[in-house]
Design a binder for this molecule. Structure first.
Ligand code: HEM
Length: 160
């Protein structure tokens, strides 16, 4: 197909206005600052989670170093980085914890707040949260269990 030269300035203008589709999109791994950025983000998110009294004793017996390393590797791999997650499956890692939907939301909220604190733009935050969302059903305990009435925060993943 031959494009008349008179359209070239218009095409360049359109490209600049739309962020130019020819420019490869930065991978999420890069947007998160690579492995170091992800490790720092995980540190902040885990720190917020393990010190949140709403989780009670949930993290009391957790090997936090292992959790940080495994979570960072998992996010590294999921976001397109050069890591291979070798930890437990999400069902195995969280089995027997009976994690509630509210607890899942708090964990996600800590992750989102950690990203805000570390200065990630909302678009990058949403890209990572979209990768975590599909794990919800594997992380949650028995969906038929009876929960204590708990004021639910706004669903940050728009799952409900
Ligand atoms: C999408 C959300 C989540 C992801 C991606 C995730 C990821 C992980 C990973 C990678 C591990 C380590 C697995 C291993 O040791 O091999 C882990 C362990 C753990 N997670 Fe999660 N998790 C999520 C949600 C949650 C939530 C909502 C809670 C609690 C409210 C939680 C509590 C824990 C605890 C306590 C452990 C440590 C288990 C142990 O001590 O062996 N996780 N999680």
């Amino acid at each position: 197909m031959v494009v008349s030269l008179r359209f070239v300035p218009a095409l360049i203008g359109l490209c600049l206005l739309t962020g130019c589709a020819l420019t490869p999109k930065q991978s999420l791994f890069e947007a998160l600052g690579g492995h170091d950025g992800i490790a720092a983000l995980v540190d902040t998110a885990v720190e917020h989670s393990v010190t949140d009294p709403r989780f009670g004793e949930l993290f009391a017996n957790t090997d936090q170093d292992r959790l940080r390393t495994q979570l960072a590797d998992q996010i590294c791999e999921l976001s397109g980085g050069p890591c291979v997650y070798q930890g437990l499956s999400m069902a195995e890692a969280h089995s027997g914890m009976q994690i509630t939907p509210a607890e899942f939301n708090w964990f996600v909220e800590h992750t989102r707040l950690a990203m805000t604190e570390r200065g990630y733009p909302v678009g990058t935050q949403n890209r990572l949260l979209a990768l975590l969302a599909p794990m919800r059903s594997e992380v949650l305990g028995d969906p038929d269990q009876v929960f204590e009435a708990e004021p639910e925060p706004e669903d940050p993943l728009g799952m409900e």
